[in-house]
Design a protein. Structure first.
Length: 335
């Protein structure tokens, strides 16, 4: 059986700097749906790009990598309710019909509500996306301009069909109840995000803040082999500003291509634009001086963390190049 990868798609730069709130890796799930006869609705929340496997069938028909309902033979439409992995403000939606070429919905709409107690019966639903035309095997990116915080979305497809992936790009809204709790302030689920990077030839730095340990070498930040002086770097924004007590640098699966050293610079800054941070980052104070790395290893640094006030942004320097799987900044929120 032949396996085809989805065609390359470059997400517009503004979306790269937002969090996919409907990412199954941070707990997003489909709580209920009208129908998923051909392909279960939960599949459309997977992080990986959809695939098409030639000749693969199951008991219900052709296997498809996404959510697919049966052909509707009466009035009405299909829908799925998605509980976001984290609550947040929505800035854009990507309704992806990749590989659904003759079975895509004619159109779709999206509603949302804020129900932190998960009681949807009493929730007030708001229209996020009006009924909008869809096409075959393509990304449909819709910008959203709303200030409300949402916990649940309802994706409506008219009248039936299949969605490969449903991505909800936004800003994480995390309410920290215990200011004395030690958290990974850089974690994706706590609002961490990528601002800029020197190179991402083999793996994107957004993987550095993913949940759990890397599953393979592709699930990390890996640059091309450097053939010029200098080193690689990336700039990350913490989801929550605070004081760092412990740093973890994980080189899981990087055995012949881990960096020789890694250092971290840091700053606290308010109301800065992302572009202005890039040139300034070269002069930020060090949070962690250059430390030697080992292959396939979790490096823990406590005493090596340099004295600092609270921080909001870091610059990771990978000397001279190579790959890192994860970075964790354990500390307490300092509002």
């Amino acid at each position: 059986m032949a396996t085809l990868l989805a065609p390359e798609f470059e997400i517009p730069t503004p979306l790269q700097q937002l969090t996919n709130l409907a990412d199954a890796r941070i707990g997003a799930k489909v709580t209920t749906c009208s129908d998923d006869f051909f392909a279960e609705a939960q599949r459309m929340l997977q992080f990986d790009a959809p695939i098409f496997v030639e000749g693969k069938f199951d008991d219900h028909g052709k296997w498809m990598d996404g959510w697919e309902t049966r052909r509707k033979r009466h009035s009405g439409y299909d829908w799925a309710i998605v509980q976001l992995g984290v609550a947040g403000k929505i800035k854009a939606l990507d309704i992806d019909t990749t590989f659904f070429s003759g079975n895509y919905p004619a159109s779709a709409s999206v509603e949302g509500c804020y129900a932190p107690n998960e009681n949807l019966d009493d929730a007030e639903w708001h229209q996020i996306l009006p009924n909008s035309i869809l096409g075959p095997s393509q990304h449909h990116v819709f910008e959203v301009s709303m200030n409300q915080i949402f916990t649940h979305l309802r994706l409506n497809i008219f009248p039936d069909g299949g969605i490969a992936r449903f991505r909800v790009y936004g800003e994480v809204s995390v309410q920290i109840q215990d200011q004395n709790q030690t958290l990974d302030l850089l974690a994706l689920e706590n609002g961490g995000r990528v601002i800029a990077y020197s190179d991402a030839h083999f793996g994107h730095p957004r993987n550095l803040i993913n949940p759990g340990r890397g599953v393979n070498m592709g699930d990390g930040w890996e640059t091309a082999r450097r053939r010029a002086p200098g080193f690689d770097w990336c700039i990350l924004a913490l989801g929550q500003a605070g004081h760092i007590e412990k740093i973890e640098i994980d080189t899981a699966h990087f055995k012949g291509n881990y960096p020789a050293e890694v250092s971290i610079q840091a700053i606290y800054i308010e109301d800065a634009t992302d572009p202005q941070l890039i040139p300034q980052s070269m002069f930020w104070p060090f949070l962690l001086d250059a430390q030697p790395m080992q292959m396939d290893h979790i490096h823990n640094f406590v005493n090596e963390v340099l004295g600092h006030e609270k921080i909001s942004h870091i610059r990771v320097n990978m000397i001279p190049d190579g790959g890192i799987s994860r970075i964790r900044l354990w500390g307490k929120v300092n509002p």
